[in-house]
Design a binder for this molecule. Structure first.
Ligand code: PLP
Ligand code: COI
Length: 355
């Protein structure tokens, strides 16, 4: 494995007040960078002071969005240490996304080492207040200066870090979600299962419309039938209907969330079977209207486990769990964050100690 060179900043920034942390607004002193050139492979792994890139305006990423990204967090543990949650899963998913976007894979061991070394250097930026963490954003961009539509021959892989609080201003309070009928996020055969910027660009218009109506995010329907529930803008979704947990199956157009996977594994461990299947908006709303929708929540690295208190679809509007967090949602939140923050034993071997 190649060595990671380190150049420290000479101008460290002051750290934000942890009580006022939002999501993704401030960045730490350093970032990880590595270059790729065809014939040379990934090279020049380095940690350098955080700062802007200088790129040719014709770079492919600006025009054709050949890029992928990931999101994971570093957590402060009660002994003052720092740990990551399932970084192996993010590394694998990033390389799956790379494969879909014709980007050369990142060597897994080097990726993990880069995360560990960067977080270790930035350890004083990992906040310790309840509900806070250091969000890590690895990404790859295509840097060939070329307006032809082909795979780039050069790339930059970067990791930046941002101390964060909760993703939604609501915190752990239930969010309101709007079912989108017109725009679609992804279709099978497209890039929905990959974490690439284009998916998010396509989602902004509907998100904006939902926000104007007072909703936090959009619940996407499948792109073919416009009938089946897929996921929310930045989370997978789960529902407890008549005592049974149901979540949309990974159809190819849904992001295979790591929080989703972890919640399913936790519930299976609790002998609570989870049905991964097609779930139509009609089935969901009929269940809610007949009093059978017990709980609804979203799962995501940024959003953690986020209760859904209200769902709207066309002119149908339903309140879930009386607009409060349900007991299963709370149990999932407490268990998952307990493991992430080192407050509960990690029976599953999900955490990786950094320092
Ligand atoms: N779905 C979308 C569209 C997302 O952006 C995210 C966030 O990463 C998720 C689901 C949840 O994935 P994970 O739990 O791996 O963060
Ligand atoms: C994450 O949860 O890590 C995400 O990537 C969500 C992001 C789009 C804000």
């Amino acid at each position: 494995m190649q060595e990671i060179q380190v150049k420290r900043t000479t101008a460290p920034k002051s750290k934000p007040d942890p009580a006022t942390l939002l999501f993704g607004k401030q960045f730490t002193d350093h970032m990880f960078l590595m270059d790729y050139h065809a014939g040379q492979g990934w090279h020049d792994a380095r940690i350098v002071p955080y700062g802007p890139f200088s790129l040719d305006p014709s770079c492919m990423v600006f025009h054709y969005a050949q890029e992928v990204f990931e999101g994971l967090k570093a957590y402060r543990t009660p002994d003052g240490g720092v740990q990551l949650f399932r970084p192996d899963q993010n590394i694998k998913r990033m390389n799956n996304s790379c494969e879909r976007m014709c980007i050369p894979a990142i060597p897994e061991d080097l990726f993990l080492e880069a995360l560990k070394q960067l977080v270790s250097l930035e350890r004083d930026w990992v906040p310790s207040q309840s509900g806070t963490s250091l969000y890590l954003r690895p990404f790859v961009i295509a840097t060939d200066a070329n307006l032809g539509v082909h795979a780039s021959h050069s790339y930059i892989f970067a990791i930046i870090c941002s101390p964060v609080g909760s993703y939604y201003p609501e915190g752990i309070n239930p969010v309101k979600i709007y079912v989108e009928n017109d725009d679609v996020r992804a279709v099978r055969g497209g890039t929905g299962f990959a974490k690439c910027g284009g998916n998010y660009a396509a989602s902004i218009r509907a998100g904006q419309r939902a926000e104007e109506l007072g909703y936090s995010q959009v619940l996407w329907l499948d792109g073919v039938h416009r009938k089946y529930i897929e996921e929310v803008g930045a989370m997978n979704v789960m529902f407890q209907i008549d005592g049974k947990v149901v979540t949309p199956s990974l159809s190819g157009s849904v992001l295979p969330g790591i929080t989703r996977k972890s919640c399913i594994e936790l519930m299976q461990h609790w002998d609570l079977p989870v049905e991964e299947r097609l779930l139509s908006a009609e089935e969901l709303f009929s269940a809610a209207e007949s009093g059978k929708l017990d709980e609804a929540w979203g799962t995501g690295t940024a959003a953690v486990v986020s209760p859904i208190g209200e769902l709207a679809w066309n002119d149908r509007k339903v309140t879930v769990s009386g607009g409060k967090i349900g007991s299963l949602t709370q149990k999932l939140y407490d268990t998952l964050t307990g493991i992430q923050w080192g407050l509960l034993p990690d029976e599953f071997g999900w955490t990786v100690k950094v320092c």
